[in-house]
Design a protein around this ligand. Sequence first.
Ligand SMILES: *[C@@H]1O[C@H](CO)[C@@H](O)[C@H](O)[C@H]1NC(C)=O
Length: 315
Amino acid sequence: MTVSNETRVTHFILQGLPGNEDLQIIFFVMFFVMYVLTMAGNLLIVITIYVDSQLHYPMYFFLSNLSFIDLSFSNVTVPKYLLNFILQCKKIDFTNCLTQMFFIHFIGGAECFHLTLMAYDRYVAICNPLRYTTIMNKRVCFLLVIATWTGGLLHAFAQAFPTFELSFCGPNEVNHFFCDTHPLSVLACSNTFISETSDMVNSGTLALSCLLLVFLSYAYIISTILKINSAEGRWKAFSTCASHLMVVTLFYGPCIFIYMRPSVTFAADKVVSVFYTIVTPVLNPFIYALRTEKVKKSMKRLLGRNMSFLGIETK
Ligand SMILES: *[C@@H]1O[C@H](CO)[C@@H](O)[C@H](O)[C@H]1NC(C)=O
């Protein structure tokens, strides 16, 4: 490119969420509360599972990994948003902006694969209980976890590189609350056909195929559950499946909506992306881990021990 340095964009302005000042304060408080809950909930799960050797089984390792992913994911977008609001400054450096975009796709991709992995894990546990320990042995688990991160990384490279190649010389106002491929590519002054097409194929196909695999696993699970004799057992299993499917849909649905189209940006995009960047990480611990009796018990023990250490009475 023959764009001179003077006209190159050195930073971007993150325009944030729509609405007047009052609404901005409500958003800020909401994001802040969700951020604190995300950190506290997920950290507690990681620590509980790490400390309690009774929980050193594949299912719990996967839960702990999911919490770790959620913690990291939330840290890519929310602190910058909160800080910019507090400082009343909407600036983000060029490099930081691209880095943020890369990590959203890296960790988001890992989350996408990991949720699929967890659905598969439940499928094997419920539909193939006798062979579960042989299929999900330590080595396989470890490899599967490595695979989710590698998958996320490859996805991020494929998604972010075409955007890294773009030139930005004109307007620098990003119509979003974090840097992402679509809001950036509408600002580019070079041709965005390749980056747009690859984004659409990459993210769209990824989210859609993961969602289909999750649905398939749960279809098998539900058909197995229907054969359970006790009505109570059936109901419990059903409600667990339903809650998993709900959060999974809250994650993949918005991803499909946002990425599976060219870079026309809709006003709804910002609000829709709140779901996969902020709502999913805060809901996951409640839906996955805190519905699991063993994790809940172990967590209570852990908290109780530390409370009495601090001289606070617990029953
Ligand atoms: C993630 O899963 C792997 C393999 O099961 C496990 O060894 C590791 O401790 C887990 N990591 C976290 C942070 O939970």
